[in-house]
Ligand binder design. Sequence first.
Ligand SMILES: Cc1cc2nc3c(=O)[nH]c(=O)nc-3n(C[C@H](O)[C@H](O)[C@H](O)COP(=O)(O)OP(=O)(O)OC[C@H]3O[C@@H](n4cnc5c(N)ncnc54)[C@H](O)[C@@H]3O)c2cc1C
Ligand code: SF4
Length: 337
Amino acid sequence: MILFDFDYERAETLEGAVALLARQPGTARALAGGTDLLPSMRMENIKPSLLVSLGAIAASEPQMLADGSIRIDALSRLASLEGSDLLREKVPMLTQSIHVVGGNQIRQMGTLGGNLCQETRCMQLDQKHDYQFVSPCFKRGGDCCYPFPTNKRNVCWSVYMSDVAPALIALDAQVEIIGETGSRRIHAEDLFSGDGIKQLNLGQAELLRAILIPPTPRGFAWGFHKSTVRGGLEFGMAVIAVALCLKEDAKTCADARIVIGAVREGPVRPTAAERALKGAVLDEKLLAHVAAEAAKEIGPLPHHGFTKRHLMDNIRVYLRRTLMQALERARGAEHQD
Ligand SMILES: Cc1cc2nc3c(=O)[nH]c(=O)nc-3n(C[C@H](O)[C@H](O)[C@H](O)COP(=O)(O)OP(=O)(O)OC[C@H]3O[C@@H](n4cnc5c(N)ncnc54)[C@H](O)[C@@H]3O)c2cc1C
Ligand code: SF4
């Protein structure tokens, strides 16, 4: 039950939704599938004065553009994208990342835009503890942090847990954003601020309109892994997305993108590890070394009961396996887990 009053408007177009959001700066929120926003409102983490529903705006089907890139409507339901033949054929890493989001009910309701714009998570925030009402933490506008009491004021180490964002960043996707003054396009990784309090570089009246994925280059191969305790129906302990581009010898790395999710305030790329792969002849020993260095470079934040040490071990082991998975794909042998 939501125990505070708010207004509700149903937008007919994205432009109309932007105009409605601009009417109440700071206190209006877009509502897509509601699977993230409504629980946050129930816990009073977020208390908007106006909800602008995007539910009446039809989402277009994913389409391939003339230059071979793929355009996906941000309002698309995750379940519809998961079943898209075009996406399964052209960007299977994306459909796999969507498939592991929550359970079927979440994917039936949840949209791609809502998934990317979901809140960061913290056990001390995402429960209706009395103490959060008496003495709120930084993210609730207060002056303390419960799990990290020595943090400087306004440093919030809540973690961002979209499974889809790491895959999109590994695919070098762009995000089309619509606002009061028109549209702009940014790289998907630039959507994330790295600040647990305001995790997105998005203005109050800005909305995601579409995601654009460039054509994959020759020699492209991918790997994806989401670690969970139960193996499904839950948020990730760590999420790993890897895109490799191999030269014609199928051994030398021309380019590498590694993205780790669920362990920091936004998805992160271990850029030194990526550089160590570029130009190198890939083998299991090098990949094991790079994975171990990447775990140190990222410095995962302890979250939801997982210690930093545990998360570093997890990333070290599963990044090596995910890189191997990509390498084997590049060599034409389907990886067996
Ligand atoms: C039980 C449960 C399990 C979950 N498990 C996972 C999981 O395993 N992996 C995972 O990645 N996520 C998970 N989620 C999180 C999330 O709810 C879903 O991933 C979903 O995709 C969110 O989309 P939505 O359309 O419901 O977003 P909403 O709840 O409608 O919106 C979420 C946020 O995004 C904003 N927003 C929505 N659309 C746009 C847009 N077009 N442009 C700009 N801002 C927008 C809203 O204002 C709000 O702030 C889970 C949620 C629940 C409740
Ligand atoms: S990590 Fe962030 S959300 Fe969690 S208690 Fe600290 S300030 Fe609040």
